[in-house]
Design a protein around this ligand. Structure first.
Ligand SMILES: [Zn+2]
Length: 161
């Protein structure tokens, strides 16, 4: 959170980013975990948004989604799709609706991302250790304007604080 922005009527940059990441998550075709992400450049301009899903142009049969564990290896994470939109060194901030997994955190470091915000915890991730080693702020942010969605599952970490 930026503490320099004292105006209560304006979203902070991280809040703005998380709201956009949340909207992007609503486009995910994954019925189990919808993840959205957004990248800002050094002028706080949106480079792009992304969400988790299958490779572009691939349309899965309905039964593809029945086996959650089996389909996981095919899912392209939101951060991977996001990094396909920019080159190394062009991004200051990334916001993700779920804490990046270990692999995605490594990738965000490789792309030179300077600060990362996430909403939901992801217990299996080693992102905290990676962020600590490389001195990259990895900050949980939940106080942003909630976008009402028909896909949200109550009590799954998406309610306002
Ligand atoms: Zn990931």
């Amino acid at each position: 959170m930026t503490e320099t922005d004292a105006r209560p009527t304006r979203l902070t940059i991280p809040q703005y980013a998380m709201a956009l990441a949340h909207v992007a998550s609503l486009r995910s075709e994954d019925p189990f975990r919808k993840v959205g992400a957004v990248a800002f450049d050094f002028d706080n301009r949106v480079i792009g948004t992304a969400y988790n899903g299958l490779a572009p142009g691939f349309n899965a049969a309905t039964e593809f989604w029945d086996d959650r564990d089996d389909r996981r290896k095919f899912m392209i994470h939101a951060e991977v799709n996001l990094c396909s939109l920019f080159t190394r060194g062009n991004v200051k901030l990334v916001a993700c609706t779920t804490k990046p997994c270990t692999s995605c955190m490594q990738m965000l470091c490789a792309y030179g991302v300077k600060e990362i915000y996430y909403r939901d915890e992801y217990a299996e991730s080693e992102a905290d250790a990676i962020a600590g080693l490389y001195s990259i702020p990895l900050i949980q942010l939940r106080d942003y304007p909630l976008i009402v969605s028909p896909f949200d599952v109550p009590d799954e970490g998406q309610s306002p604080p």
